[in-house]
Design a protein around this ligand. Structure first.
Ligand code: PGA
Length: 250
């Protein structure tokens, strides 16, 4: 089985001004200088350039938190993949549950966004995850399978390994209620099985866990066989906490 490089991503959401982003990166870089992991900072659009400029020559990759599926056009307020690539952004979060819930992002739109990101050479970090009601109703796998099949419908099997998938149970996001290691492992293994059945080189796909990951629980979650990294919200706002999670991946 190929070794998968750990992938630790900070999802800042709608946090950090340019000045705050710069301060974060300046504190973070010396703390993670020796890491072997892929360290990714998902910054708001306005702070992307500040992060990109500071991370040149380091292991840090920069991601946006959303993009439009078209390259250009009459879509007021939107940002496209070529615009992100021009800034030297390398990845983009797609389908985060907050975008699905608050901004009406649908699987149908994601089915266009994921291939658009790949075509522009942006690494998609596709988020999937069940609600609390779905978990309580025993429908977790059904929800994950439906989201993966729909969102990746237009991605060729050979390209699936270029997608990073984040398993983010909605009930664990921002709640302090982290999934148990058993729940995280089971869901991430299931996601890998779905990708394998779609023809992916599934052993090469990075699958992340997200939802109240923090320094105190990161090592246990990141040691699970099918959890290759984390998408970290709240605990990624503090460079010391985020650096501690990066450290826990090694
Ligand atoms: P959280 O957020 O770590 O604050 O739970 C994770 C996410 O939404 O990506």
């Amino acid at each position: 089985m190929p070794e998968r490089t750990p992938y630790i991503a900070a999802n800042w959401k709608m946090n950090k001004t340019v000045a705050e982003a710069a301060e974060f990166i300046d504190t973070l870089l010396p703390r993670i200088a020796a890491t072997q992991a892929d360290v990714v900072v998902c910054a708001p659009f306005t702070a992307l350039t500040a992060v990109v400029e500071r991370r040149y020559g380091t292991a840090v990759k920069v991601a946006a938190q959303n993009m439009h599926e078209e390259a250009s056009g009459a879509f007021t307020g939107e940002v496209s993949a070529p615009m992100l690539v021009e800034l030297d952004v390398e990845a983009v979060v797609l389908g985060h549950s907050e975008r699905r819930q608050f901004f009406g992002e649908t699987d149908e739109v994601l089915a266009r966004k994921v291939p658009a990101a790949l075509a522009a050479d942006l690494e998609p970090i596709l988020c999937v995850g069940e609600s609390e009601a779905a978990r309580d109703g025993g429908e977790t796998e059904e929800v994950l399978e439906r989201q993966l099949q729909a969102d990746l419908a237009a991605v060729e099997a050979a390209d699936l390994e270029r997608v990073v998938v984040a398993y983010e149970p909605i009930w664990a996001i921002g709640t302090g209620r982290t999934a148990t290691p058993e729940q995280a492992q089971e869901a991430c293994a299931f996601i890998r099985d779905v990708l394998r059945a779609r023809g992916a080189a599934a052993d090469r796909v990075r699958i992340l866990y997200g939802g109240s990951m923090k320094p105190a629980n990161a090592a246990e979650l990141l040691a699970l066989p099918d959890v290759d990294g984390g998408l970290i919200g709240g605990a990624s706002l503090d460079p010391e906490d985020f650096a501690a999670i990066v450290e826990a991946s090694g």
